[in-house]
Design a binder for this molecule. Structure first.
Ligand SMILES: Cc1cc2nc3c(=O)[nH]c(=O)nc-3n(C[C@H](O)[C@H](O)[C@H](O)COP(=O)(O)OP(=O)(O)OC[C@H]3O[C@@H](n4cnc5c(N)ncnc54)[C@H](O)[C@@H]3O)c2cc1C
Length: 398
């Protein structure tokens, strides 16, 4: 007997253009709650002001207390007033924040992964007690000083150095491109010593320490970027991180931050795709919506493909991280793939919007410009490609 074919469950289910493979459905209730609360904050507090912040090169510092109240600063740390969330939740926090702006996500990445993480992992109990609760509340802001003016991709060649003098250390040198630098209460500074590279907690009022705002950026304009200078700064032994010596200290922080970035950039890409779809549906050209042309549909489908691959990589990476099985090579591939995907989505969305695409009243140009920084910082794309290449071949490429 002939029967009418019934649509399958998957055919009848409504498609979410920003989540084609139902990543959200595989999240726990707690993970979904985290995503929703940060997403609501972004929709209500960030999106209404962020274009103006970007245009006028202003970090929206007034949002810091609310960001802190959401529990997103140092969110994976247990105790010390931190939320103790899992890594997938941290990823979702980054994704939602970067759907707003990469600058805001950078603030949270630096505070959490680059500064609270090393104090928690390598600090003394006194250092943790002193800094972590205030940093979780956003009452103390921190920055991470690794990159130097002569070349960030080769941190082993750092010139900033510290030498012992009695019970203190004398720190000299300079750091460049430092997020949060000019508003930081404390800088986690990595410097060469006779024992190897060590981490120093340099407080803002230490004599000889200064921060200078870097202006004229065409990217991450809603984020503060600074140069740091150390001129015979006296740092007490109690401000040196006792738990790590060597490049593995800063590199382990970067692994944490790069993990978050691999999620974050997908948020920026999602914002661009959402706007590109809306624009293409309502823009009528040659008597029909732009969205009804094959070329526009292929471009939107390409964006969705890139976002979907990035989402799946991040989710799997997060599950590996939560199981304690994530490797730096996997992080490199994710940071490289997902940032490349996001910047391509943002650039193409910018083009699909035509002339409107160059206005900051639409999101793609802001995200595309921001992603120019994201593809460079925390290891350039080349550096991550070389990390994966080395893992595949066993050779350090020259
Ligand atoms: C907005 C912004 C915020 C930042 N925030 C921070 C921060 O908070 N803290 C911090 O410490 N740093 C920060 N950085 C610095 C960032 O991490 C560096 O810019 C990055 O590591 C690259 O270093 P560089 O700029 O010195 O470029 P270089 O290292 O000089 O690289 C120049 C070029 O050489 C390429 N290259 C590198 N190695 C190789 C190789 N082996 N073979 C071939 N090509 C190669 C690179 O891919 C790049 O294209 C920030 C940067 C920006 C733009």
């Amino acid at each position: 007997m002939a029967t009418n074919p019934q649509p399958s469950r998957s055919q009848s289910r409504e498609i979410d253009p920003l989540d084609l493979y139902s990543v959200r459905a595989s999240l726990s209730d707690e993970e979904r709650l985290v995503q929703d609360s940060v997403g609501k904050f972004v929709d209500e507090q960030v999106l209404p002001i962020i274009a103006d912040c970007f245009e006028h090169e202003r970090f929206p510092r007034e949002l810091v207390p609310e960001i802190a109240q959401l529990g997103v600063l140092g969110s994976t740390i247990e105790g010390y007033g931190c939320a103790g969330l899992n890594s997938v939740s941290y990823g979702l926090i980054c994704q939602e924040l970067e759907r707003g702006d990469s600058g805001l996500r950078s603030f949270v990445s630096v505070q959490s992964s680059l500064c609270m993480f090393p104090i928690y992992a390598y600090g003394s109990e006194e250092q943790r007690d002193r800094w972590l609760p205030r940093m979780a509340k956003g009452e103390a802001i921190a920055c991470f000083g690794l990159t130097e003016p002569h070349g960030g991709s080769d941190p082993a060649n750092m010139k900033t150095h510290a030498r012992r003098k009695g019970k203190d250390w004398i720190l000299n040198g300079a750091k460049m491109w430092i997020t949060n630098g000019s508003i930081a209460d404390v800088a986690v500074v990595w410097a060469q010593t006779e024992e190897g590279i060590r981490g120093f907690l340099v407080e803002k009022d230490f004599k000889g320490f200064s921060a200078e705002l870097i202006k004229h950026k065409m990217s991450l304009r809603a984020s503060i970027t600074s140069s740091l200078f150390f001129d015979n700064v006296v740092v007490p032994e109690s401000n040196v991180l006792p738990g790590v010596i060597g490049l593995k200290g800063p590199l382990s922080c970067l692994t944490q931050a790069r993990y978050g970035i691999s999620w974050g950039v997908t948020g920026a890409a999602q914002a661009c795709l959402a706007q590109a779809i809306e624009y293409a549906k309502t823009r009528a050209l040659f008597g029909k919506p732009l969205a009804a042309t094959q070329s526009a549909q292929i471009r939107l489908a390409e964006m969705a493909r890139k976002i979907t691959s990035a989402q799946l990589i991040s989710l799997q990476l997060g599950r590996l991280k939560d199981a304690g099985e994530m490797s730096p090579t996997q992080v490199s591939l994710a940071k490289w793939n997902n940032t490349r995907a996001a910047i391509e989505v943002a650039r193409d969305a910018r083009d699909l919007l035509g002339g409107a695409g160059i206005s900051v009243e639409y999101v793609p140009i802001r995200h595309a410009l921001n992603l120019e920084s994201v593809i460079t910082y925390e290891g350039t794309e080349t550096v991550h490609q070389l990390t994966v290449g080395r893992a595949l071949t066993g050779f350090n490429a020259v």
